[in-house]
Design a protein around this ligand. Structure first.
Ligand code: ADP
Length: 219
């Protein structure tokens, strides 16, 4: 089997990880594994997992490493992840990064893309973010009137995520600095980290990422 393309996308909340991963899945024919999406889907479905994590998600806290590591393990065992994956929102702690290494074995993480955006800009983006509850399409609060609160892609309700309220935003960004920012040095030491300016149009960011992936001979 050819080597797996395991790409990790790091960056603050609102840096554009999800948007970029969605654009790259077709290019590289590997799935996006977003722990946030998996957890939100569980909350929406009202499953036992969803009931367990809903309070943590709403407050902007972090779900336990143990639980998230297991979710990723299960997801990686599905057929579509045999050729690799785009990890979005995982790993978020050093413990999770070590769990990912153990999970991937010899065929480890190939590249870590750090989408770099200032705290002021992500705070602004998150505060004005609205999202389709069904398909996850992202809108701005200024779009809501034009689309009457209904997603143009799937007709789902467009809402503000509970964790995009000011207090939860602050908490998430604090947790990013405390728990996730140390991962930058962790991957830098291994020569895997590439920082991309996230303060450009989504198209420009995608172009920059594609260039790095190709320069490294990964795809
Ligand atoms: P954001 O990066 O904007 O906070 P995500 O969609 O990645 O959004 O995650 C939403 C929430 O899901 C997080 O605030 C956290 O509660 C939980 N979560 C997602 N991924 C992880 C993870 N790897 N470890 C712990 N909690 C997570």
């Amino acid at each position: 089997m050819s080597a797996r393309l395991n790409l990790v996308v790091l960056g603050k909340q609102g840096a554009g990880k999800g948007t970029q991963c969605k654009r790259l899945v077709d290019d590289y024919a590997i799935p996006q594994i977003s722990t946030g999406d998996i957890l939100r889907a569980a909350v929406k479905a009202g499953s036992p997992l969803g009931k367990e994590v809903s309070g943590v998600l709403e407050s902007g806290g972090l779900v336990s490493d143990e639980l998230v590591n297991k979710l990723v393990l299960d997801r990686m065992n599905q057929d579509d992840a045999k050729r690799g994956a785009l990890f979005d929102g995982f790993p978020r702690t050093l413990n999770q990064a070590e769990a990912l290494d153990a999970l991937l074995g010899d065929d480890g993480v190939k590249l870590v893309l750090n989408l770099d955006v200032s705290t002021d800009l992500v705070t602004e983006r998150l505060s004005s973010r609205r999202v389709c509850q069904e398909c996850g399409t992202i809108y701005r609060d200024s779009d809501i009137e034009a689309i009457s609160g209904t997603c143009e892609k799937c007709g789902g309700d467009v809402i503000q995520r509970a964790d995009d309220q000011p207090e939860a935003i602050r908490k998430r960004l604090d947790l990013y600095e405390r728990d996730t920012a140390p991962l930058l040095a962790f991957y830098e030491k291994r020569g895997l980290l590439v920082t991309v300016n996230g303060d450009q149009t989504p198209e420009q960011v995608t172009t920059a990422i594609r260039q790095v992936v190709s320069e490294r001979g990964l795809a």
